[in-house]
Design a protein around this ligand. Structure first.
Ligand code: PMV
Length: 324
Protein backbone atom coordinates (compact mmCIF):
# COMPACT_ATOMS: atom_id res chain seq x y z
CA UNK A 1 0.00 0.00 0.00
CA UNK A 2 1.52 3.30 -1.11
CA UNK A 3 1.44 6.61 0.64
CA UNK A 4 -1.65 8.78 0.24
CA UNK A 5 -0.74 12.34 -0.79
CA UNK A 6 -3.07 15.33 -1.06
CA UNK A 7 -2.09 18.44 -3.01
CA UNK A 8 -3.91 21.72 -3.58
CA UNK A 9 -3.44 23.81 -6.72
CA UNK A 10 -5.18 27.05 -7.61
CA UNK A 11 -6.46 27.94 -11.00
CA UNK A 12 -5.04 30.81 -13.02
CA UNK A 13 -6.30 33.26 -15.59
CA UNK A 14 -3.99 34.21 -18.43
CA UNK A 15 -3.34 37.91 -18.94
CA UNK A 16 -1.40 37.07 -22.08
CA UNK A 17 -3.15 34.02 -23.51
CA UNK A 18 -1.78 30.67 -24.61
CA UNK A 19 -3.52 29.68 -27.83
CA UNK A 20 -2.14 26.98 -30.13
CA UNK A 21 0.28 24.07 -29.87
CA UNK A 22 3.38 23.51 -31.96
CA UNK A 23 3.50 19.98 -30.53
CA UNK A 24 0.03 18.69 -29.54
CA UNK A 25 1.31 15.49 -27.94
CA UNK A 26 3.84 17.17 -25.65
CA UNK A 27 1.75 20.37 -25.37
CA UNK A 28 4.48 22.75 -26.52
CA UNK A 29 2.78 26.08 -27.29
CA UNK A 30 3.50 28.40 -30.19
CA UNK A 31 3.63 31.40 -27.86
CA UNK A 32 4.61 32.11 -24.28
CA UNK A 33 1.83 33.17 -21.89
CA UNK A 34 1.53 35.00 -18.59
CA UNK A 35 -1.12 34.49 -15.91
CA UNK A 36 -2.32 35.39 -12.46
CA UNK A 37 -3.03 32.54 -10.05
CA UNK A 38 -6.31 33.06 -8.18
CA UNK A 39 -7.01 32.50 -4.48
CA UNK A 40 -10.69 31.67 -4.85
CA UNK A 41 -10.70 28.68 -7.19
CA UNK A 42 -8.71 25.55 -6.48
CA UNK A 43 -8.60 21.77 -6.69
CA UNK A 44 -7.68 19.31 -3.92
CA UNK A 45 -6.47 15.98 -5.23
CA UNK A 46 -5.51 12.87 -3.27
CA UNK A 47 -3.56 10.06 -4.93
CA UNK A 48 -2.60 6.64 -3.61
CA UNK A 49 -0.94 3.91 -5.66
CA UNK A 50 -1.86 0.44 -4.47
CA UNK A 51 -1.20 -3.22 -5.22
CA UNK A 52 -4.88 -3.86 -4.35
CA UNK A 53 -6.23 -2.09 -7.43
CA UNK A 54 -6.85 -3.69 -10.81
CA UNK A 55 -7.55 -0.35 -12.55
CA UNK A 56 -7.25 3.35 -11.76
CA UNK A 57 -10.15 4.48 -9.58
CA UNK A 58 -10.95 8.10 -10.25
CA UNK A 59 -13.58 10.14 -8.48
CA UNK A 60 -14.65 13.73 -9.03
CA UNK A 61 -16.44 15.65 -6.29
CA UNK A 62 -17.45 12.35 -4.67
CA UNK A 63 -18.76 10.58 -7.79
CA UNK A 64 -17.00 8.21 -10.19
CA UNK A 65 -15.52 10.25 -13.04
CA UNK A 66 -16.97 9.90 -16.54
CA UNK A 67 -15.11 7.71 -19.03
CA UNK A 68 -13.52 10.59 -20.93
CA UNK A 69 -12.13 12.23 -17.79
CA UNK A 70 -10.96 8.88 -16.36
CA UNK A 71 -9.18 7.99 -19.59
CA UNK A 72 -7.41 11.35 -19.76
CA UNK A 73 -6.37 11.16 -16.12
CA UNK A 74 -5.17 7.55 -16.47
CA UNK A 75 -3.06 8.58 -19.45
CA UNK A 76 -1.57 11.32 -17.30
CA UNK A 77 -0.92 8.81 -14.48
CA UNK A 78 0.89 6.65 -17.07
CA UNK A 79 3.45 9.45 -17.43
CA UNK A 80 4.04 9.37 -13.66
CA UNK A 81 4.17 5.55 -13.57
CA UNK A 82 6.73 5.56 -16.36
CA UNK A 83 8.89 8.21 -14.70
CA UNK A 84 8.73 6.47 -11.29
CA UNK A 85 9.04 2.90 -12.70
CA UNK A 86 5.92 2.08 -10.69
CA UNK A 87 3.61 -0.53 -12.26
CA UNK A 88 0.65 0.14 -9.93
CA UNK A 89 -2.83 1.54 -10.38
CA UNK A 90 -3.96 4.54 -8.38
CA UNK A 91 -6.99 5.75 -6.46
CA UNK A 92 -7.55 9.43 -7.21
CA UNK A 93 -10.02 11.66 -5.40
CA UNK A 94 -10.50 15.13 -6.81
CA UNK A 95 -12.52 17.87 -5.17
CA UNK A 96 -12.93 20.79 -7.50
CA UNK A 97 -13.63 24.21 -6.08
CA UNK A 98 -13.86 25.64 -9.60
CA UNK A 99 -16.96 25.75 -11.81
CA UNK A 100 -16.24 22.90 -14.20
CA UNK A 101 -15.21 23.57 -17.81
CA UNK A 102 -16.80 27.02 -17.98
CA UNK A 103 -13.75 28.93 -19.07
CA UNK A 104 -12.53 29.19 -15.50
CA UNK A 105 -9.83 26.67 -16.29
CA UNK A 106 -10.56 23.85 -13.86
CA UNK A 107 -8.10 21.84 -15.96
CA UNK A 108 -5.32 24.19 -14.82
CA UNK A 109 -5.76 23.55 -11.10
CA UNK A 110 -6.85 19.95 -11.77
CA UNK A 111 -3.74 18.81 -13.60
CA UNK A 112 -1.40 20.88 -11.42
CA UNK A 113 -2.86 19.18 -8.31
CA UNK A 114 -2.76 15.74 -9.97
CA UNK A 115 0.87 16.25 -11.02
CA UNK A 116 1.85 17.30 -7.50
CA UNK A 117 -0.06 14.62 -5.57
CA UNK A 118 0.58 11.87 -8.14
CA UNK A 119 4.32 12.42 -8.43
CA UNK A 120 4.80 12.49 -4.64
CA UNK A 121 2.57 9.47 -4.12
CA UNK A 122 4.73 7.62 -6.66
CA UNK A 123 7.86 8.51 -4.70
CA UNK A 124 9.16 11.13 -7.13
CA UNK A 125 10.58 14.30 -5.65
CA UNK A 126 10.19 16.78 -8.47
CA UNK A 127 11.36 20.36 -8.25
CA UNK A 128 8.94 23.09 -9.33
CA UNK A 129 10.31 23.23 -12.86
CA UNK A 130 9.86 19.50 -13.40
CA UNK A 131 6.44 19.63 -11.76
CA UNK A 132 5.49 22.40 -14.19
CA UNK A 133 6.74 20.30 -17.13
CA UNK A 134 4.71 17.33 -15.89
CA UNK A 135 1.53 19.40 -15.34
CA UNK A 136 1.94 20.75 -18.89
CA UNK A 137 1.30 17.25 -20.27
CA UNK A 138 -2.20 17.29 -18.73
CA UNK A 139 -3.29 20.75 -19.82
CA UNK A 140 -1.32 23.74 -21.07
CA UNK A 141 -2.68 26.18 -18.52
CA UNK A 142 -1.77 23.74 -15.70
CA UNK A 143 1.90 24.46 -16.47
CA UNK A 144 1.44 27.86 -14.79
CA UNK A 145 -0.62 26.75 -11.75
CA UNK A 146 2.45 25.35 -9.97
CA UNK A 147 3.32 28.90 -8.89
CA UNK A 148 1.41 31.66 -7.15
CA UNK A 149 1.05 35.30 -8.18
CA UNK A 150 2.11 36.23 -11.70
CA UNK A 151 3.58 33.40 -13.74
CA UNK A 152 5.11 33.11 -17.20
CA UNK A 153 5.02 29.90 -19.23
CA UNK A 154 8.09 30.11 -21.41
CA UNK A 155 7.11 28.37 -24.61
CA UNK A 156 10.43 26.61 -25.29
CA UNK A 157 10.77 24.16 -28.14
CA UNK A 158 10.67 20.75 -26.47
CA UNK A 159 9.69 18.79 -23.36
CA UNK A 160 12.72 19.96 -21.42
CA UNK A 161 12.57 23.70 -21.98
CA UNK A 162 8.81 24.42 -22.02
CA UNK A 163 7.84 25.26 -18.41
CA UNK A 164 6.59 28.06 -16.19
CA UNK A 165 8.65 30.44 -14.08
CA UNK A 166 7.45 32.82 -11.38
CA UNK A 167 7.31 36.49 -12.39
CA UNK A 168 6.06 37.89 -9.06
CA UNK A 169 5.10 35.23 -6.52
CA UNK A 170 4.08 37.58 -3.73
CA UNK A 171 1.76 40.25 -5.06
CA UNK A 172 1.91 43.17 -2.62
CA UNK A 173 -0.25 45.51 -4.65
CA UNK A 174 -3.92 45.80 -5.29
CA UNK A 175 -5.22 43.75 -8.22
CA UNK A 176 -8.32 41.59 -8.37
CA UNK A 177 -10.46 39.71 -10.81
CA UNK A 178 -14.22 39.57 -10.77
CA UNK A 179 -15.28 36.37 -12.52
CA UNK A 180 -18.70 36.71 -14.11
CA UNK A 181 -19.98 33.15 -14.40
CA UNK A 182 -22.43 33.43 -17.26
CA UNK A 183 -22.90 29.81 -17.79
CA UNK A 184 -21.45 26.84 -15.95
CA UNK A 185 -22.43 24.26 -18.52
CA UNK A 186 -19.63 22.35 -20.20
CA UNK A 187 -18.15 24.46 -22.95
CA UNK A 188 -19.27 23.71 -26.49
CA UNK A 189 -15.83 23.72 -28.11
CA UNK A 190 -13.05 22.42 -25.90
CA UNK A 191 -9.90 24.57 -25.95
CA UNK A 192 -7.96 21.64 -27.42
CA UNK A 193 -10.18 21.41 -30.51
CA UNK A 194 -10.63 25.17 -30.72
CA UNK A 195 -6.95 25.95 -30.81
CA UNK A 196 -6.12 23.11 -33.20
CA UNK A 197 -8.73 24.42 -35.63
CA UNK A 198 -7.40 27.96 -35.31
CA UNK A 199 -3.77 26.99 -35.87
CA UNK A 200 -4.74 24.99 -38.94
CA UNK A 201 -7.03 27.51 -40.60
CA UNK A 202 -6.85 31.12 -39.36
CA UNK A 203 -4.86 33.37 -41.69
CA UNK A 204 -4.31 35.60 -38.63
CA UNK A 205 -2.57 32.88 -36.63
CA UNK A 206 1.04 33.91 -37.43
CA UNK A 207 0.18 37.48 -36.41
CA UNK A 208 -1.26 36.14 -33.15
CA UNK A 209 2.01 34.37 -32.28
CA UNK A 210 4.05 37.46 -33.08
CA UNK A 211 1.87 39.88 -31.07
CA UNK A 212 1.55 37.50 -28.12
CA UNK A 213 5.33 37.09 -27.89
CA UNK A 214 5.83 40.85 -28.02
CA UNK A 215 3.21 41.37 -25.30
CA UNK A 216 5.11 39.25 -22.75
CA UNK A 217 7.92 41.75 -21.95
CA UNK A 218 5.37 44.60 -22.01
CA UNK A 219 3.19 42.78 -19.45
CA UNK A 220 6.17 41.96 -17.25
CA UNK A 221 7.16 45.64 -17.22
CA UNK A 222 3.59 46.64 -16.31
CA UNK A 223 3.63 44.13 -13.41
CA UNK A 224 6.97 45.43 -12.13
CA UNK A 225 5.52 48.96 -12.24
CA UNK A 226 2.36 47.69 -10.49
CA UNK A 227 0.44 49.60 -13.14
CA UNK A 228 -3.09 48.20 -13.10
CA UNK A 229 -4.19 50.23 -16.12
CA UNK A 230 -1.38 48.95 -18.28
CA UNK A 231 -1.86 45.37 -17.04
CA UNK A 232 -5.57 45.66 -17.83
CA UNK A 233 -5.10 47.20 -21.27
CA UNK A 234 -2.55 44.58 -22.32
CA UNK A 235 -4.71 41.75 -20.97
CA UNK A 236 -7.80 43.01 -22.79
CA UNK A 237 -5.86 43.29 -26.03
CA UNK A 238 -4.42 39.79 -25.69
CA UNK A 239 -7.85 38.29 -25.03
CA UNK A 240 -9.49 39.99 -28.00
CA UNK A 241 -6.59 39.15 -30.31
CA UNK A 242 -6.94 35.51 -29.30
CA UNK A 243 -10.70 35.58 -29.94
CA UNK A 244 -10.08 37.21 -33.31
CA UNK A 245 -8.25 34.04 -34.35
CA UNK A 246 -11.37 31.97 -33.68
CA UNK A 247 -13.56 34.37 -35.67
CA UNK A 248 -11.11 34.13 -38.56
CA UNK A 249 -10.85 30.30 -38.47
CA UNK A 250 -12.45 28.19 -41.19
CA UNK A 251 -15.20 27.51 -40.32
CA UNK A 252 -15.38 30.46 -37.94
CA UNK A 253 -16.45 29.94 -34.34
CA UNK A 254 -16.70 31.97 -31.17
CA UNK A 255 -16.92 31.55 -27.41
CA UNK A 256 -19.01 34.71 -27.11
CA UNK A 257 -22.58 34.47 -25.91
CA UNK A 258 -25.01 37.40 -25.79
CA UNK A 259 -24.32 37.82 -22.04
CA UNK A 260 -20.59 38.03 -22.80
CA UNK A 261 -21.15 41.20 -24.81
CA UNK A 262 -23.47 42.50 -22.12
CA UNK A 263 -20.70 42.12 -19.52
CA UNK A 264 -18.11 43.71 -21.82
CA UNK A 265 -20.45 46.64 -22.44
CA UNK A 266 -20.78 47.26 -18.70
CA UNK A 267 -16.98 47.33 -18.35
CA UNK A 268 -16.62 49.72 -21.29
CA UNK A 269 -19.30 52.06 -19.93
CA UNK A 270 -17.69 52.09 -16.48
CA UNK A 271 -14.37 52.95 -18.06
CA UNK A 272 -15.91 55.86 -19.92
CA UNK A 273 -17.08 57.06 -16.52
CA UNK A 274 -13.51 56.96 -15.21
CA UNK A 275 -13.51 53.58 -13.43
CA UNK A 276 -10.34 51.56 -14.05
CA UNK A 277 -11.54 48.15 -15.15
CA UNK A 278 -10.68 45.81 -18.00
CA UNK A 279 -12.04 42.50 -19.24
CA UNK A 280 -10.58 39.21 -20.35
CA UNK A 281 -12.11 35.88 -21.36
CA UNK A 282 -10.93 32.37 -22.18
CA UNK A 283 -12.29 29.39 -24.08
CA UNK A 284 -15.80 29.92 -22.75
CA UNK A 285 -18.37 32.71 -22.45
CA UNK A 286 -17.39 33.91 -18.95
CA UNK A 287 -15.89 37.35 -18.53
CA UNK A 288 -13.29 38.24 -15.91
CA UNK A 289 -12.92 41.86 -14.90
CA UNK A 290 -9.49 43.09 -13.84
CA UNK A 291 -9.60 45.95 -11.33
CA UNK A 292 -8.31 47.28 -8.01
CA UNK A 293 -10.30 46.41 -4.87
CA UNK A 294 -11.45 50.00 -4.33
CA UNK A 295 -13.32 49.85 -7.66
CA UNK A 296 -14.98 46.51 -6.90
CA UNK A 297 -18.18 47.79 -5.16
CA UNK A 298 -18.92 50.16 -8.05
CA UNK A 299 -18.29 47.44 -10.65
CA UNK A 300 -20.46 44.91 -8.80
CA UNK A 301 -23.24 47.52 -8.58
CA UNK A 302 -23.05 48.18 -12.34
CA UNK A 303 -23.22 44.43 -13.08
CA UNK A 304 -26.07 43.80 -10.61
CA UNK A 305 -28.96 44.62 -13.02
CA UNK A 306 -27.76 41.89 -15.40
CA UNK A 307 -26.19 39.20 -13.21
CA UNK A 308 -27.18 37.62 -9.89
CA UNK A 309 -24.83 37.85 -6.87
CA UNK A 310 -24.01 34.11 -7.26
CA UNK A 311 -22.69 34.82 -10.76
CA UNK A 312 -20.16 37.36 -9.51
CA UNK A 313 -17.07 35.92 -7.82
CA UNK A 314 -14.23 38.13 -6.62
CA UNK A 315 -10.71 36.67 -6.53
CA UNK A 316 -7.31 37.99 -5.53
CA UNK A 317 -3.86 36.66 -6.42
CA UNK A 318 -3.43 33.19 -4.95
CA UNK A 319 -0.62 30.82 -3.96
CA UNK A 320 1.21 28.03 -5.76
CA UNK A 321 0.92 24.30 -5.12
CA UNK A 322 0.81 23.11 -1.52
CA UNK A 323 0.46 19.76 0.20
CA UNK A 324 -2.20 19.12 2.87
O1 PMV B 1 -5.05 24.55 -20.72
P1 PMV B 1 -6.04 24.50 -21.84
O2 PMV B 1 -5.69 23.49 -22.84
O3 PMV B 1 -7.44 24.37 -21.30
O4 PMV B 1 -5.98 25.90 -22.63
C1 PMV B 1 -6.30 27.10 -22.03
C2 PMV B 1 -6.37 28.19 -23.04
C3 PMV B 1 -6.86 29.51 -22.51
O5 PMV B 1 -7.48 29.38 -21.26
C4 PMV B 1 -7.89 30.06 -23.48
C5 PMV B 1 -5.73 30.54 -22.42
C6 PMV B 1 -4.75 30.35 -21.31
O6 PMV B 1 -3.59 30.75 -21.52
O7 PMV B 1 -5.10 29.85 -20.23
Amino acid sequence: MGQSITARAHTNIALIKYWGKQNPELIIPYNSSLSMTLDHFYTDTTVRFSTDLTADQISFNGAIADTKTSTQMSQFLDLIRKQAHLPLFAAVETINHVPNAAGLASSASGYAALAAAGSRAAGLELNDRDLSRLARRGSGSATRSIYGGFVEWQRGTNDLDSYAVPVQETVDWDIQMIAIVLNDRQKAIASRAGMANTVATSPYYPAWVETAQAAIPAMKAAIVKKDINLVGQLAEQSAMQMHATTLSAVPPFTYFEPETLQAIKVVQTLRQQGVSCYYTMDAGPNVKVICASQETPQILAALAPYFSPEQLLVAKPGPGVSYR
